[in-house]
Design a protein around this ligand. Structure first.
Ligand code: ADP
Length: 259
C-alpha cells in the first residue's frame, strides 16, 4: 500500500535541558512532495531532522513515518539521509566513487553476495540518477565539493529509499553549480518519485524547484505549497513597503514584464 503522508508531525515540542527549541510543530509531508525547511541558524532545523530520524525523542507530541508511529517504525531502509558531515569528508580517503556508493548497500550485501551484477547495476543506477555515471572509477578525493555531494546522495539512494532527507546539501557546492544541483534534486523528485526534505538557507534559489516550504524559527511560521509561499512573501513585503508590491506581483503574473 502506498502511504499518502510520508511524515506527519503533531503538536511536537522539544527542549534540551531548559530551553525549548521546538514549540508546537505541526507538519505534514505528502508522498511525492519536495519540501524545503528554511530558517536562520539556531532555529531548530537540525533538531527537527534528528527527531524525524529517531535520534532524539520529543518530550511532547507525535511523529508518524509512512503512517506508522515512529516508536513502532522499523523500516529505516525507506529513509535515506545525507548529513552536513558528508561535506567535511576527508578527501584524502582512498576510495573510488563506486566503493563509496557501494557502502550504502552494506546492509543488503548478504543478499547480493551471489548477485554481483545486480549490485553493480544498483550502484550504476544511483550514480546515473545524480548525473555521476561517468565518475565510477575516480577517487572520491579528486572530485569537487558539488560532485562529492552528488556521490553521497547516490550512496543514500542506492538502497532505493522512498524519502531522502538532506541537511544543508549545498554547503560545499560552488555558487555557479548550485542551480544545476537543485535541478538534479528536482529530477529525483519528479522523475523517480522520491519524496525530498531538505534544510537550507537558500530560499531564493530553491523556491521554484520545491513543491512546499516550511519556515521554522522555534515555531513553524509558515507551512504550505510554493504558490501559497509566494503569496505569503508578497503579503509580508507589502506590510513593509506598502501596496506597490502587489502591483509588481500582478505584472509578474501576467506576462513577466519584469523578467
Ligand atoms: P539549526 O539547525 O536551525 O541551526 P539547531 O537545531 O542546531 O538549529 O539548534 C537549535 C537550538 O538548540 C540552538 O539554540 C542550539 O544552540 C540548541 N542546541 C542544539 N543542539 C544542542 C544540544 N545538544 N544541547 C543543548 N542545546 C542544543
Amino acid at each position: 500500500m502506498v502511504s499518502q503522508s510520508i511524515i506527519e508531525i503533531k503538536k511536537l515540542f522539544y527542549r534540551y535541558e531548559k530551553d525549548t527549541v521546538l514549540e508546537n510543530i505541526n507538519l505534514t509531508v505528502p508522498n511525492g512532495s519536495f519540501l524545503a525547511i528554511v530558517g536562520p541558524n539556531g532555529s531548530g532545523k537540525s533538531t527537527l531532522l534528528k527527531l524525524i530520524l529517531g535520534l532524539l525523542k520529543p518530550q511532547k507530541g507525535e511523529i508518524r513515518l509512512f503512517e506508522q508511529d515512529i516508536n513502532k517504525f522499523s523500516d529505516w531502509q525507506q529513509i535515506g539521509y545525507v548529513s552536513q558531515k558528508a561535506n567535511s569528508f576527508n578527501t584524502g580517503f582512498p576510495a573510488t566513487v563506486f566503493e563509496v556508493v557501494s557502502s550504502g548497500l552494506t546492509k543488503k550485501i548478504g543478499l547480493f553476495h551471489f548477485f554481483k551484477k545486480v549490485h553493480n547495476q544498483k550502484v550504476h543506477d544511483a550514480l546515473e540518477s545524480v548525473g555521476m555515471g561517468k565518475y565510477s572509477n575516480r577517487n572520491i578525493g579528486e572530485l569537487s565539493g558539488g560532485q562529492q555531494q552528488r556521490v553521497f546522495i547516490a550512496r543514500a539512494l542506492v538502497s532505493e529509499p522512498k524519502l531522502l532527507i538532506l541537511d544543508e546539501p549545498t554547503v560545499g557546492v560552488d555558487v555557479e553549480n548550485v542551480n544545476a544541483f537543485y535541478h538534479m534534486l528536482a529530477d529525483l523528485n519528479q522523475k523517480r518519485g522520491i519524496t525530498l526534505l531538505l534544510v537550507t538557507h537558500d530560499i531564493g534559489t530553491i523556491s521554484d524547484k520545491v513543491t512546499h516550504v516550511a519556515c521554522l524559527n522555534k515555531r513553524l511560521h509558515f507551512h504550505g505549497d510554493t504558490s501559497e509561499f509566494e503569496k505569503h512573501q508578497i503579503e509580508g513585503m507589502s506590510e513593509l513597503y506598502g501596496t506597490d508590491v502587489h502591483l509588481l506581483a500582478h505584472h509578474h503574473d501576467h506576462g513577466g514584464a519584469f523578467e
